[in-house]
Design a protein. Structure first.
Length: 287
């Protein structure tokens, strides 16, 4: 519904309702607020704190330095790092050298090679800083002589090439030497050892023979009778001791082991205390 004038609106709603309506509208609707404008930054010129040069980003001012508000130009930064590397800038060194020469009144030093006076034209700045009294011409002559000596030394050395004939002969000789050594060595056959069963059989037979004849059987006598070699000596001793211990364990009242010596070496001796005979070989081996 639309109204053409305020009078029509008053006739439709009445004065009281219009007042309330006006009050509501004034309370609910907020007046538009103007946006606050940011204060403009003060524009000024940044000056290097070392040389008073006007700083411009990208020209003589690093962007990182501008971001951190470090007012130093690029030239002053490079000069600072150069002085750190060399100790003192070249300008200050030249000024010091000139001041000392003027104040002392001394003449320029002489080259130790040719005796010429050393000046800025014939003296390297690095040699001046290090105190090396050598002019440019003498230094160049020395380098030329050194390069010539290196060339002559290289020419005297034989070239490293592939000599196939000499290499083949050397390899053939190296192969023949091991063959000759192996052929000259005599073949040594290892002494064969008897089976354990044969050692048990021989030791038991001689042990029973010695016991029946003399009522005792010494370890050394049994080993001599069975003719043991050096390779099987250790095994034969173990066989004899096993038979002795088995006999004593089976009949301790009939057999005992005593300690004896022969040739400065301790040995075991089986003694028979009665007329009993040794048990069978199978029984002693299984005991």
């Amino acid at each position: 519904m639309t109204f053409d004038s305020v009078a029509e609106l008053l006739e439709f709603f009445g004065e009281k309702k219009v007042e309330n309506l006006v009050i509501k509208t004034t309370n609910d609707v907020e007046a538009p607020v103007e946006p606050k404008q940011k204060p403009a930054k003060k524009q000024g010129t940044d000056i290097c704190r070392k040389c008073d040069e006007v700083l411009e980003e990208g020209n003589n001012w690093y962007p990182s330095y501008k971001k951190n508000r470090n007012r130093i130009c690029i030239g002053c930064v490079k000069g600072y790092h150069q002085s750190k590397r060399r100790g003192v800038p070249d300008k200050q060194k030249k000024e010091k050298v000139s001041d000392t020469s003027e104040s002392s009144g001394e003449s320029n030093p002489e080259c130790r090679g040719c005796g010429d006076a050393l000046t800025d034209e014939n003296w390297y700045p690095s040699y001046r800083r290090m105190g090396t009294k050598t002019c440019r011409s003498c230094n160049n002559a020395y380098n030329q002589r050194r390069r010539q000596a290196e060339k002559e030394a290289k020419a005297e050395k034989p070239k490293r090439g592939r000599n196939l004939a000499a290499n083949a002969q050397r390899h053939r000789k190296a192969k023949e030497e091991p063959k000759a050594e192996t052929q000259a060595q005599p073949e040594t056959k290892e002494a064969k050892t008897r089976p354990v069963g044969d050692l048990f059989k021989g030791a038991y037979e001689y042990m029973s023979l010695l016991i029946s004849d003399d009522d005792k059987a010494a370890e050394s006598e049994i080993l001599e009778l069975i003719e043991t070699s050096e390779t099987e000596m250790e095994m034969a001793r173990e066989v004899v001791l096993k038979l002795m211990r088995a006999a004593v364990s089976h009949a301790p009242t009939d057999f005992q082991i005593a300690a004896g010596k022969k040739g400065g070496r301790d040995e075991s001796v089986l003694l028979r205390l009665s007329t009993a005979s040794l048990p069978s070989l199978d029984f002693l081996r299984a005991y």
